[in-house]
Design a protein around this ligand. Structure first.
Ligand SMILES: CC(C)(COP(=O)(O)OP(=O)(O)OC[C@H]1O[C@@H](n2cnc3c(N)ncnc32)[C@H](O)[C@@H]1OP(=O)(O)O)[C@@H](O)C(=O)NCCC(=O)NCCS
Length: 158
């Protein structure tokens, strides 16, 4: 494990490939403990890398890095929706997602919003609960012919 400081910085367009790698590995190697192989196959796909890059650049987003190496990412849409929260399998349980969430919360408050909401996977639910989110509803989401369970969650900031 590299013994370098973990920091958070703004997402740059050049980070797109790194976020794809983190996304796919986090699902295949971490979320796979909570979903079936067929569900993981349906979820862990990026068919259009240009569309992925456009989506990442379309809202404020942040990269966690260890030294210079991207190890996690998140984002925040204008209405307070946190769309993505993924941490590289080699850096799980080291506070990376917590650092990213603190960045999102600061941005949310700067924008005058008082609520963050997300759709948390089975894997991410305990993380979000630990950081003050509550479950609003359990949902089933269609992905490429599979139906995956997740949770609509929110956190009020004031
Ligand atoms: C969910 C995820 C982002 C958490 O990232 P992380 O960097 O390991 O989280 P942190 O180290 O900041 O954990 C913060 C706290 O949540 C707790 N936590 C995190 N994941 C947990 C889990 N699966 N079960 C129980 N507690 C968990 C940690 O113990 C820690 O508690 P602490 O306050 O005592 O330190 C990461 O596991 C991940 O990438 N999962 C796979 C992809 C995924 O499902 N992403 C979400 C899509 S909605």
């Amino acid at each position: 494990m590299p013994n370098e400081t973990i920091t958070v910085r703004d997402y740059l367009p050049a980070d797109s490939d790194a976020t794809i790698d983190i996304f796919l590995r986090a699902i295949r190697e971490v979320a796979s403990k909570d979903y079936s192989p067929a569900e993981i196959d349906a979820w862990a796909k990026v068919e259009d890398r240009d569309a992925w890059a456009a989506r990442r650049s379309s809202r404020p987003a942040w990269i966690a890095q260890c030294g210079e190496v991207p190890i996690g990412f998140t984002d925040l849409e204008p209405d307070g929706h946190l769309d993505m929260m993924f941490v590289h399998p080699d850096y799980q349980g080291r506070g990376v997602a917590s650092l990213l969430l603190a960045t999102v919360e600061a941005a949310t408050q700067r924008q005058g919003l008082d609520r963050i909401f997300t759709e948390a996977s089975l894997t991410a639910r305990p993380f979000f609960e630990r950081r003050g989110f509550v479950v609003l509803a359990s949902q089933r989401v269609e992905k490429r012919g599979q139906t995956l369970k997740n949770f609509r969650m929110e956190k009020h900031l004031r």
